[in-house]
Design a protein around this ligand. Structure first.
Ligand SMILES: Cc1cc2nc3c(=O)[nH]c(=O)nc-3n(C[C@H](O)[C@H](O)[C@H](O)COP(=O)(O)OP(=O)(O)OC[C@H]3O[C@@H](n4cnc5c(N)ncnc54)[C@H](O)[C@@H]3O)c2cc1C
Ligand SMILES: NC(=O)c1ccc[n+]([C@@H]2O[C@H](COP(=O)([O-])OP(=O)(O)OC[C@H]3O[C@@H](n4cnc5c(N)ncnc54)[C@H](OP(=O)(O)O)[C@@H]3O)[C@@H](O)[C@H]2O)c1
Length: 499
């Protein structure tokens, strides 16, 4: 029988809400802790830049039992996503479990020798001296992968800002009025960079230059006229990538179909190159697309290539070397006039409040996390992670892993691996990332894409779901995940309540 626990859920984004619901549903005493004043995480209005839309379509970027309102577009805008998170929290009455404006500053094993952890909490506006400590039997970390800003600094920045220039991280670009009439330089070549460059160009910036290090494949919302959700999220497509721990039959099949798979990806590259005009912009990536598909592959911001065409955005390959008065000097020697420099340079991975010895167990020297099923480290008891299985449908992956984690914590998984089995699996996964699929090391190795079905199959099997697939094998092979169906699969697992 599962014992009722006092559970901390750290973070109030999609993953924290999913974790709070999953643990509360099983009868646990849940305490959500969110440092911001509102739910939403990356979608919280104070962190969300104007015109930001989801990359995932709304039927894929949702929980199993809750749809977006009909009027919300296929790719919801940030306020739509934020409202959706609130409506889900209301529907399941989980908002009351959270303390907002409460930051977890540190955590340590409990001093009383009991299982669990002691968290050091600081309320917004309080100083470290006013911190309080609380004991929990289990801690679920749901702090996301995009919470600690990566803000590079460059020589000359002090003088540049003293002379009226401004530098900021992409997540602080929340009001386009600051760039009106200004010369903007955006550093970075990923999704935030493109979104902000387009936003600045269409909101009255005097000039916009995007400075990026390497050419990468990006997907338009419609590839050759087809919504990309119909192409990318299939089991049949997923099987063409080098997935983790392939069965001997799977490996043999892939080998047999290698020429066909090769043609498929070359075809996709040709379509993307033509459709986006990559050649004329000198933006054809050198790496084969199949080696680069992971959570970092971004959707093209509508208007980006059009703005390159008409010259409203200029793209330069390189980096910022230093600042001079009213200018950024680039690594290629160019001097670009600059009043505002936006660092769309991403995020640092890691969990700063974890004690050093726990960090050491959690993260290998190359920055890749050691997590079984992207959720637990067998050497860190009474601790689990939700949302560390980022994907192209992150809300569904967070909900599934939250349901896995509560059963793991309660010893109620149908397939509960031993410590040795978990460590052996982690070692094999690390080896796969290092030797077979280096792109899987991105973002701390915390991305399951494009292997959604494989990951979801593993979780459901462990959970003991008796239904794991849709009835029609062709639908299962060629159609994207159906979030509502995953709700049914979860419901087919043995149910219990902690007492
Ligand atoms: C602009 C943007 C758009 C995106 N679009 C998509 C998309 O279309 N599709 C997709 O699949 N993914 C997308 N992603 C990825 C996105 O991160 C996930 O989809 C999802 O929102 C992550 O939710 P989360 O709850 O795991 O993390 P977050 O949303 O990052 O939430 C983590 C929360 O933890 C809190 N927190 C952190 N540290 C502490 C602490 N010490 N104490 C207390 N609280 C703390 C933070 O304040 C935050 O509220 C996008 C990411 C960004 C940045
Ligand atoms: N609308 C949306 O849905 C949306 C919007 C924004 C973000 N997102 C998602 O959020 C996640 C984070 O995206 P992101 O764009 O914020 O970050 P990111 O994907 O981590 O990209 C960071 C970019 O900054 C560059 N960079 C990092 N450090 C640098 C340095 N010191 N000098 C020069 N360049 C540097 C990187 O270049 P290298 O590759 O060369 O290292 C990369 O191009 C992604 O999953 C993305 O899909 C979604």
């Amino acid at each position: 029988m599962a014992q009722k626990k006092r559970v901390a859920v750290i973070g109030g984004g999609f993953s924290g809400i999913a974790a709070a619901k999953a643990f509360a549903e099983r009868g646990h005493d849940v305490h959500g802790l969110e440092r911001s004043r509102d739910f939403g995480g990356v979608w919280e209005p104070s962190r969300s830049y104007p015109d930001c839309r989801s990359q995932s379509a709304k039927d894929l970027y949702c929980f199993t039992d809750h749809s977006y309102p009909e009027k919300v577009p296929e790719w919801p805008a940030a306020p739509d996503v934020h409202a959706y998170i609130h409506s889900y929290a209301d529907k399941h009455d989980v908002a009351r479990l959270f303390r907002l404006g409460t930051k977890v500053e540190a955590m340590e094993r409990r001093a009383d020798g009991q299982p669990g952890w002691t968290l050091t909490l600081i309320k917004e506006g309080d100083d470290k001296e006013s911190a309080s400590k609380e004991d929990f039997d289990f801690v679920s970390v749901a702090t996301g992968q995009f919470s600690e800003k990566n803000v590079p600094t460059h020589p000359g920045e002090g003088d540049f800002t003293a002379q009226g220039g401004a530098t900021m991280h992409s997540s602080d670009y929340t009001d386009p009025s600051i760039i009106r009439g200004k010369r903007v330089v955006v550093l970075g070549g990923s999704k935030s960079a493109l979104d902000i460059a387009v936003n600045a160009a269409s909101n009255g910036a005097k000039s916009v230059t995007i400075v990026y290090r390497k050419n990468v494949w990006r997907l338009p919302y419609f590839i050759g006229g087809i919504n990309f959700k119909h192409l990318l999220y299939m089991r049949a497509q997923e099987e063409q990538f080098d997935g983790w721990l392939p069965s001997p039959v799977g490996r043999a099949l892939r080998l047999l179909l290698k020429p066909l798979i090769w043609f498929n990806f070359r075809g996709l590259e040709a379509v993307l190159t033509l459709q986006l005009g990559l050649k004329k912009h000198n933006m054809v990536p050198s790496e084969p697309i199949e080696d680069t598909v992971s959570c970092s592959i971004g959707v093209v911001t509508p208007g980006f290539f059009e703005a390159l065409d008409d010259g409203t955005i200029k793209a330069v390959q390189g980096s910022i070397e230093r600042y001079e008065e009213g200018a950024a000097v680039l690594s290629n020697g160019d001097t670009v006039p600059c009043d505002v420099a936006v660092m769309a340079t991403g995020w640092k991975q890691g969990i700063p409040f974890l004690p050093a010895e726990a960090q050491h167990k959690l993260v290998d020297d190359d920055g890749v996390h050691r997590l079984y099923r992207f959720a637990v480290n067998p050497d860190l008891p009474d601790l689990g992670f939700v949302g560390f299985n980022s994907s192209f449908c992150t809300v569904l992956s967070a909900e599934l892993v939250a349901n896995w984690l509560v059963r793991f914590a309660d010893g109620q998984l149908g397939n509960q691996a031993t410590t040795d089995e978990m460590n052996a699996n982690i070692d094999k996964m690390q080896q796969w990332r290092r030797e077979e699929r280096p792109v899987a090391k991105e973002y701390g190795g915390l991305c399951v894409a494009p292997f959604h079905f494989r990951h979801f199959d593993e979780l459901l099997k462990d959970i003991g779901a008796t239904k794991q697939h849709r009835a029609n094998p062709l639908v299962e092979l060629f159609v994207r995940p159906n979030t509502a169906a995953y709700g049914e699969f979860l419901a087919s697992a043995p149910q219990y309540r902690a007492v």
